[in-house]
Each structure stands twice: as structure tokens, then as C-alpha cells.
Design a binder for this molecule. Structure first.
Ligand code: FAD
Length: 304
């Protein structure tokens, strides 16, 4: 039942009509639990609050699966505004972007030009930019973009998803080259030809990828709310004398906030992924799919 619900929610996440409707009606149905508002000002307020609690941030100006070049260029302008606002606020924050937000589905040239504009601006202020990983059909091209941009800029990182069979090979290759990698379980609906269908296999692969990256020359971003994996990471870094500045924990805005604060108190670096903007629908649906029990709280909000 839960599996079916997850599958329905992930299919709905890509529904363009529902997305347009959601944008028209504004941040509703409990989405503000996961999204820090629709404006840059509200996002910067959230960043300041989190920084005050000792939490670092990565800001995501929401947008994905764009099919129009002028929209992709406009979203890149918005990302540059975000970078400038982080700098002006003297905030402890990086930027996270999606390649389909910046035009990857329109043409590689559009996406690369937008990425170079963003990375150039961010580089001036010492701000890092992370390339989020999207669905499997876009994985290889996203990694190719990362490989190219990494030759030109030192402030770029990307994401590897534990549910994909190919990921250990990717982590070993990138880690050897000293790349900064965020490791996640994976948030999209993928067929079993490319991804582990069973959660226990995804969890086991996550641990393998995390250990490989922690032992590599690269920086490791351990992005999960899974306490078993977080405890395993703590034991592993202690056993291997991995310095505190070689890794960080990452969690999503609005999820397991007590755990975020507890890790800060224990002295670990913790970064919160903070999305903002009007294009919140797909992001919100993926958060519901991760934990179908969340649908209950949405329904309570609607009926209230
Ligand atoms: P799970 O086993 O799913 O969850 C562990 C526990 O966390 C659950 O028992 C529950 O208590 C809590 N939890 C998890 N999700 C929720 C939720 N939605 N609501 C309430 N509680 C929850 N995925 C990508 O595919 N590409 C990316 O670029 C990407 N970037 C990410 C960046 C960050 C910082 C994080 C934290 C995640 C990112 N993800 C990304 C999402 C990721 O792939 C998972 O879908 C998500 O993190 C849930 O998996 P989990 O590791 O928390 O483990």
C-alpha cells in the first residue's frame, strides 16, 4: 500500500498541469513546512535564523524540467541574485541548482552558459555551487557537465544517488579525483533495471558509497535523515581519524530539526537544504512520497 502511494505521488510530481495550478494558488497544503517561502527575502531570513543556530545552509531557488530557453535564462538570473544576496547577508550558505532548471532539456549550450555565469559570480564571493541529481535519464549528462565544469571551477560539487546500481563506480572514480560529493538515497521513480527496488539494498549501498567517499581525497556531504546511517558515519569517521573539515551532515529544511540541532551540539558540521520560490510543487510531492504518512498532515491542513 505504502509502495503504491509512493509511486502515485512520484508520478504526480511530474504532472505539469498540477504544477501550474499549484503555482497559481501559492504556497499551500502544508508545503511551507518544507519550503522557506516564495521570495528571496523570506529565504534569506530563514538562512539567518538557521545560521544563528549554528546550522549552515544550501539555498535552492526552486525550478526544474524547464523547456523554454528564456525561462531557463531567467532562472539563472534568479540564482545569481541568490548568490549576491548570500554574499550581502554575509551568510554561511552555498547554492544548489538543477540542470533541468538551467536548460539541460533545451540544449547543453544553454545549460553550460547559465552554469558558467552562476559559477563565475559565486566564485568571486567564495560561494560553492552544488549540482543536484535528477532522474536517471539525465544522470550521465549531469555527470558529464560536472566533469567539464570541475576543470574550470573549484567551487562545484554534485550528488550521487544510492538507489542506482552504477553509483559505486561513479563514487570511486570521482572520489579518486578529489571531487566533492553529496550522497543521497535518491528521490525519483526509477525502474528496477537501473535502481535497487528494495529499501534495505538502497540503505546498504548508501553505507558503501559513504565509506568509499569518506576514505577518498574528496569532501563528503552525508545527506540523510536516517539515524542508523548517521550513527554509522560517526563511528566510521572516528575509527578512521577522518578530520571534521572533510565531511558534513546535510538534511532538508523542516525534516528532523531536533536531530540537526543535536548534531551541531555534538560539534559536527550540519547544512540544511533550504528551497524557496513559487515552483514548489514537484519538490513538495517528492517529500510526501518519501513518507506517505505526510499526506495525513496535508489532508488535515486542507480540511482545517
Ligand atoms: P529515509 O530512509 O527515507 O528516511 C529516514 C527517516 O527520515 C524517516 O524514517 C523519517 O523519520 C525521516 N524522513 C525522511 N524523509 C522524510 C520526509 N519527506 N518527511 C518527514 N520525514 C522524513 N535526492 C535526489 O534524488 N537528488 C538530490 O540532489 C537530492 N538532494 C538532497 C539534498 C539533501 C540535503 C537531502 C537531505 C536529501 C536530498 N535528496 C536528493 C533526497 C534523498 O534522495 C531522499 O529522498 C531523502 O533524503 C529521504 O531519504 P533519507 O536518506 O532521509 O532516508
Amino acid at each position: 500500500m505504502e509502495q503504491m502511494m509512493r509511486s502515485v505521488l512520484l508520478s504526480m510530481a511530474k504532472n505539469r498541469t498540477a504544477n501550474r495550478m499549484a503555482q497559481r494558488y501559492g504556497l499551500r497544503f502544508g508545503a511551507n513546512r518544507f519550503v522557506a517561502g516564495e521570495t528571496l527575502e523570506s529565504a534569506i531570513d530563514t538562512v539567518r535564523n538557521l545560521n544563528r543556530q549554528g546550522l549552515k545552509v544550501t539555498l535552492d531557488h526552486l525550478g526544474e524540467f524547464v523547456s523554454d530557453a528564456s525561462e531557463a535564462n531567467k532562472l539563472a538570473d534568479d540564482c545569481i541574485d541568490t548568490v549576491r544576496a548570500i554574499h550581502r547577508a554575509n551568510a554561511d550558505a552555498t547554492l544548489s541548482v538543477k540542470m533541468t532548471q538551467l536548460g539541460m532539456d533545451i540544449g547543453l549550450d544553454v545549460c553550460m552558459a547559465n552554469m558558467r555565469r552562476i559559477l563565475g559570480e559565486a566564485n568571486q564571493y567564495g560561494i560553492s555551487v552544488n549540482i543536484d541529481m535528477e532522474d536517471f535519464p539525465r544522470c550521465q549528462q549531469t555527470l558529464d557537465i560536472f566533469d567539464t565544469l570541475r576543470q574550470e571551477y573549484s567551487n562545484v560539487s554534485t550528488v550521487i544517488q544510492a538507489y542506482l546500481y552504477r553509483s559505486l563506480e561513479d563514487v570511486l572514480r570521482l572520489g579518486q579525483q578529489g571531487a566533492a560529493i553529496r550522497i543521497v538515497k535518491g528521490a525519483y521513480k526509477e525502474p528496477e533495471e537501473v535502481a535497487y527496488p528494495e529499501k534495505q539494498d538502497v540503505d546498504a549501498n548508501y553505507v558503501k558509497l559513504m565509506e568509499a567517499q569518506l576514505l577518498s581525497n574528496g569532501y563528503t556531504m552525508i545527506a540523510t535523515h536516517d539515524e542508523k546511517i548517521i550513527d554509522h558515519a560517526k563511528t566510521f569517521v572516528a575509527a578512521h581519524n577522518i578530520p571534521a573539515d572533510k565531511f558534513e551532515f546535510q538534511m532538508l529544511y523542516g525534516i528532523r530539526t531536533n536531530l540537526q540541532e543535536q548534531l551541531v551540539k555534538e560539534g559536527y558540521q550540519v547544512r540544511v537544504y533550504v528551497p524557496y520560490g513559487t515552483d514548489w510543487y514537484g519538490y513538495f510531492m517528492r517529500r510526501l512520497a518519501e513518507r506517505p504518512a505526510n499526506v495525513g498532515f496535508v489532508l488535515r491542513g486542507v480540511l482545517h
